[in-house]
Design a protein around this ligand. Structure first.
Ligand SMILES: Nc1nc2c(c(=O)[nH]1)N[C@H]1C(S)=C(S)[C@@H](COP(=O)(O)OP(=O)(O)OC[C@H]3O[C@@H](n4cnc5c(=O)[nH]c(N)nc54)[C@H](O)[C@@H]3O)O[C@H]1N2
Ligand SMILES: Nc1nc2c(c(=O)[nH]1)N[C@H]1C(S)=C(S)[C@@H](COP(=O)(O)OP(=O)(O)OC[C@H]3O[C@@H](n4cnc5c(=O)[nH]c(N)nc54)[C@H](O)[C@@H]3O)O[C@H]1N2
Ligand code: SF4
Ligand SMILES: [Mo]
Length: 749
C-alpha cells in the first residue's frame, strides 16, 4: 500500500490528507500529522468523501451531441476523440470571434482546479480569445468580501491564520458563518480557543451548534446585519471603547461612521431587529475590550443586496478597535471552496489580472501584453450572475463552464435553464455528466484532484502543493492540459507547458510579489507558505498589516458608513442623501441596504439557504459516498421550520410540503427544529430533489452582483403521492438529455 499526501478537495480550510492507495484505488484517508493546517484531524468529508474518484459513472471520454453522425444541438451524446472535440470547439470559437467579436465568448472556471489551471485558463481567455468574460464561484460566494475589504483595508483576503484562533484570539465574533457544518476543522480551532477561556459572540438568525456554546448569541432577524453592527459600533463609540490612537494614526473617515451610528442605539435597534439591547451592548463590550479579538464571517455577511456594506461594517469594527495586524486579531473570511482564494488570486475574475491589478490599469496591461506576447482588452468582462441575461440578449454565443454545476448552484434555476437552452454552443468540463453537463452540447472529461499535481490556496492565503496519488482512468485530461491543447488548436503560442510546475514558474514571474519566493520544493518542505512571499528568504505572511500599513493608496484604513432602509426602492436615494449629508469625497465607500424580498401576505415565510456537514455544495462528489449520503439522510432534502410555524400551517415533522416562491416550486419533507426562528424556513442546496435554487430570487449585491440566495415563500402540506409526482417531474427536468428553448418559453411558474 502506497501513501500520498493530497489537499482535501472540499472546503477552503485546506486540510492535508494522507491517502492510502492500493491497486490505483483510494482505500483509506487520514489527516496529515504535524504542522499542517489540520494538525492530524479531518472532518467527515475529508475522511469519507473519496468514493467519487473511482465512481463507475466518471466521464471517460469527450462527448459531442450528434445526429446522423454529425454535430447537432438536437442530437444525443456520442463519445469522440479529444482531437475531434477540441477541433470542433476551436473552429466554433474562431467562427464566433470573427462574426461577433471576442466578447461573444464567455467562460466560468473552477475553484476546484489548481492555481496552475486557473492561471492557464485566464491566460487563454484573455490572450487567445481576447476577452475578460471570465468568472468563477467567488461571484456567488465571497465576492463582497473581496470588494469590501479591498476598499477599506486594501486587500480582499483573510488577514490571519486558523491556528492563531486556537492559540491567541481571546474573543471571537462569528458573523453569519457556521464552521461546525461548513469548515469543521476551522471550528476545531474555535473550540480550542473556548477551552482556553476565550469568549465567543455569534451573530446569526439560527441557533447553530456554536451559538449554543456562545457567551452571547445575537439571534437577529435575517437580513438585519446593518442595524445590529451599527448598534454595536454605537455602543463602542458612545462608551469611548474605540482605540483613539489607532484611529488617528492609521485610518480615514471615523467621523462618517460616528455620525451615521447616531440613529442606531441598541435600544432603538432592539425594536426592529428582535435582539435585546443588553445583549448588543454585551457583545460590543466584549469585542472592544477583550483583545486580541478576531472576526470570522461567511455567507451570512455576503448573500444580501448590501453584502459589500456588511463587509464595510466588519472593517468599521476592526478599525475602530484596532483589532488588526497582530497575532489573533483581524478578519477571517472563511472562504468556501478548496481553491476559491487561489482562483481569485490567479485573476479568474472579469476585472482583475493575476497580480491583483485591474484589467484597465495601463501599466498592468503593458506588463501582461509583454509577458503573454499579445494584445489585451481593457474592458471589464461579464460576471457569472449576469450570464443568463447576456445569453438571452444574444450577446454571448459560446459559454464554457469548467468545474461548476450552476444548474443546481445558481439562483433562479428556471432563468438559467432558459439561457442554457438558448446559447449557440455550451461546453461543460467536469468529472461527471452533472445536471449542468446534461444541458451541454460538448462535454470534456477532467481529472480530479487526487489524480493530479498542482497548488491550491486555502482561506488563510496558504499555498499548498497537492501530489498526484493515483492515475486517472479513461481518456481524461487535467484541466490545464485541455486548455493548452485547445490553445494550440487556436494556433496560439505560449501554452507549451509540459507539467504544472512549468506553469508555476510562469506564475512566479506573473506575480513575483505574492509567489516570487515559493518554489514547489519550498512549498512542500515548509508545509505550505502564506502569500505574500516575494523572495526565497522571505518566511511568508500568515498575518497581514503587521506594520499597520494598509494596502490602500495612502496606507490608511477607510471607515465606510453603512445605513439600513425599510424599502429596497429607497436604497439609491438613501445613498445619495448619505453622501450629501456626510459630504463624502466622490468615490468614498458607503452603502445602503435593505431586506431584499420581504415576506408578505402572499409569501409569508423567509427562506434561508445554508449548509449541512455531510454534503458539499450541489452534492456531485459527496453524494457518491454512501457513508455521507446515508449519514445525511436524517436531514435529506428538507425545509426546517420551528414548532410555532409548523403549528400555524398544520404540519408535523416528516410531513411532505410543496414550497413555492415567485420563481419556482419544489417539494420537500418538513423538519421541525427549535434552532430556526419564527416564520423562517432553512433549507440546504445540496439536493436536486428538493432544489432550493428553484425558489431563490435574482436579488443580488448592488456592487458585486453576488446573489442573495433568498426568497419569500409559502408552503402547504401535500400527500406522499403528490411528493412522488413532483420528484418524477424534477427527474425529467434535470436528467433528461436536452430541453429545448421553446419548451422553456412555456415554463409556467
Ligand atoms: N459541509 C459543507 N461545507 C461547506 C460547503 C458545503 O456545501 N457543505 N460549502 C463551502 C462553501 S462554497 C462556502 S462559501 C462555505 C460557506 O460557509 P458558511 O458561510 O459558514 O455557510 P452557511 O451554511 O451558508 O452559513 C451561513 C450562516 O449565516 C447565517 N445567516 C443567514 N442569514 C443571516 C443574516 O442575515 N445575518 C447573519 N448574521 N447570519 C445569517 C446562517 O444561518 C448560517 O448559519 O462553506 C464551505 N464548506
Ligand atoms: N441556495 C444557495 N445556492 C448556493 C449557495 C447558497 O448558500 N445557497 N452558495 C453558493 C456558493 S457560496 C458556491 S461557492 C456555489 C458552489 O457551486 P458551484 O460553483 O456550481 O461549484 P460546485 O458545486 O462546487 O461544483 C463543482 C463541480 O466541479 C466538478 N469538479 C471537481 N473537481 C474538478 C476538477 O478538478 N476539474 C473540473 N473540471 N471539475 C471538477 C465537480 O464534479 C462539480 O460538478 O454554490 C452557490 N449556490
Ligand atoms: S474541514 Fe474542509 S478541508 Fe478539512 S477535511 Fe473537512 S472538508 Fe476537507
Ligand atoms: Mo462558496
Amino acid at each position: 500500500m502506497k501513501e500520498t499526501r493530497v489537499i482535501c478537495p472540499y472546503c477552503g480550510t485546506g486540510c492535508n490528507v494522507d491517502l492510502s492507495i492500493e491497486d490505483n484505488r483510494i482505500v483509506k484517508a487520514k489527516g496529515s500529522c504535524g504542522n499542517y493546517v489540520n494538525d492530524g484531524e479531518l472532518c467527515l468529508k475529508g475522511l469519507y468523501g473519496w468514493d467519487y474518484v473511482g465512481a463507475n459513472d466518471r466521464l471517460k471520454k469527450p462527448l459531442i451531441r450528434k445526429k446522423d453522425g454529425v454535430f447537432s444541438k438536437e442530437g444525443t451524446f456520442e463519445e469522440v476523440s479529444w482531437d475531434e472535440a477540441l477541433e470542433l470547439i476551436a473552429s466554433k470559437m474562431k467562427e464566433v470571434k470573427a462574426q461577433h467579436g471576442s466578447d461573444a465568448i464567455a467562460g466560468n472556471f473552477s475553484s476546484r482546479s489548481t492555481l496552475e489551471e486557473n492561471y492557464v485558463a485566464q491566460k487563454f481567455m484573455r490572450s487567445v480569445v481576447g476577452t475578460n468574460n471570465i468568472d468563477h464561484c467567488a461571484r456567488v460566494c465571497h465576492g463582497p468580501t473581496v470588494a469590501g475589504l479591498a476598499q477599506t483595508i486594501g486587500c480582499g483576503s483573510s488577514t490571519n491564520s486558523f491556528t492563531e484562533i486556537g492559540e491567541h484570539s481571546n474573543c471571537i465574533m462569528m458573523i453569519g458563518s457556521n464552521p461546525e457544518n461548513a469548515h469543521p476543522i476551522a471550528a476545531m480551532y474555535i473550540q480550542r480557543a473556548l477551552s482556553r477561556g476565550a469568549k465567543l459572540i455569534v451573530i446569526d438568525p439560527i441557533k447553530t451548534e456554536l451559538a449554543k456554546k456562545a457567551d452571547v448569541h445575537l439571534q437577529l432577524k435575517p437580513e438585519h446585519n446593518i442595524p445590529i453592527l451599527n448598534a454595536i459600533l454605537h455602543h463602542i463609540i458612545t462608551n469611548n471603547l474605540q482605540d483613539t490612537n489607532f484611529i488617528s494614526n492609521h485610518t480615514n473617515g471615523f467621523e462618517y461612521v460616528k455620525e451615521v451610528i447616531k440613529d442606531y442605539s441598541p435600544e432603538a435597534i432592539e425594536k426592529t431587529s428582535g435582539v435585546p439591547a443588553e445583549l448588543i451592548k454585551k457583545a460590543a463590550q466584549m469585542y472592544a475590550t477583550i483583545k486580541p479579538a478576531i472576526i470570522t464571517h461567511g455567507m451570512g455577511i455576503t448573500h444580501f443586496n448590501h453584502g459589500v456594506g456588511n463587509v464595510f461594517n466588519i472593517s468599521n469594527l476592526i478599525l475602530s478597535t484596532g483589532n488588526i495586524g497582530s497575532l489573533g486579531s483581524g478578519d477571517l473570511a472563511i472562504r468556501g471552496q478548496q481553491n476559491v482564494q487561489g482562483a481569485c488570486d490567479m485573476g479568474m475574475l472579469p476585472d482583475i489580472f493575476p497580480n491583483g491589478k485591474k484589467v484597465f490599469d495601463k501599466e498592468a496591461i503593458k506588463f501582461y501584453e509583454e509577458l503573454w506576447n499579445c494584445k489585451l482588452d481593457n474592458k471589464v468582462g461579464v460576471r457569472r450572475t449576469d450570464i443568463p441575461d447576456v445569453i438571452l440578449e444574444d450577446k454571448v454565443k459560446i459559454f464554457w463552464t469548467v468545474g461548476e454545476n450552476p444548474v443546481i448552484s445558481d439562483p433562479n434555476t428556471n432563468r438559467l435553464l432558459k439561457a442554457l437552452a438558448h446559447v449557440d454552443l455550451y461546453i461543460v468540463q467536469d468529472l461527471f455528466l452533472t445536471e449542468t453537463a446534461l444541458k451541454a452540447d460538448i462535454v470534456l472529461p477532467a481529472v480530479s484532484n487526487s489524480e493530479k499535481t498542482g497548488c491550491y490556496t486555502n482561506a488563510e492565503r496558504r499555498v499548498q502543493l497537492n501530489h498526484q496519488a493515483i492515475s486517472p482512468v479513461g481518456d481524461i485530461k487535467n484541466d490545464w492540459q485541455i486548455i493548452c491543447a485547445l490553445a494550440k488548436k487556436m494556433d496560439a503560442q505560449g501554452f507549451d507547458f509540459s507539467s504544472s510546475e512549468e506553469i508555476w514558474q510562469e506564475i512566479r514571474v506573473a506575480d513575483p510579489n505574492r509567489y516570487g519566493g515559493m518554489s514547489y520544493a519550498r512549498i512542500d518542505k515548509e508545509k505550505g507558505l502564506h502569500w505574500p512571499c516575494p523572495s526565497e528568504d522571505h518566511p511568508g505572511s500568515p498575518i497581514l498589516y503587521m506594520n499597520k500599513e494598509f494596502l490602500t493608496p495612502d496606507k490608511k484604513g477607510n471607515f465606510a458608513p453603512v445605513i439600513f432602509v425599510d424599502n429596497k426602492k429607497d436604497i439609491e436615494k438613501a445613498e445619495q442623501d448619505l453622501a450629501k449629508r456626510l459630504k463624502l469625497p466622490s468615490t468614498y465607500p458607503h452603502m445602503a441596504g435593505s431586506v431584499d424580498e420581504p415576506a408578505d401576505e402572499e409569501y409569508p415565510i423567509e427562506l434561508l439557504t445554508t449548509r449541512k456537514v455531510y454534503h458539499y455544495t450541489v452534492g456531485t462528489m459527496t453524494r457518491r459516498s454512501p457513508a455521507l449520503e446515508n449519514g445525511a439522510d436524517i436531514h435529506g432534502p428538507c425545509g426546517e421550520i420551528n414548532q410555532s410555524t409548523a403549528a400555524a400551517y398544520g404540519v408535523q415533522d416528516g410531513d411532505y410540503i410543496a414550497v413555492e416562491s415567485r420563481y419556482g416550486r419544489i417539494a420537500v419533507k418538513v423538519e421541525v427544529t427549535p434552532v430556526v426562528p419564527d416564520k423562517v424556513m432553512q433549507m440546504s442546496f445540496h439536493y436536486w430533489e428538493g432544489h432550493a435554487n428553484e425558489l431563490t430570487s435574482e436579488g443580488a449585491d448592488a456592487i458585486t452582483r453576488t446573489p442573495t440566495y433568498k426568497a419569500a415563500v409559502k408552503f402547504h402540506k401535500i400527500s406522499n403521492q403528490e411528493y412522488a409526482q413532483v420528484l418524477i417531474e424534477k427527474k425529467e427536468k434535470f436528467y433528461s438529455q436536452k430541453i429545448t428553448f421553446d419548451e422553456y418559453e412555456e415554463v409556467e411558474i
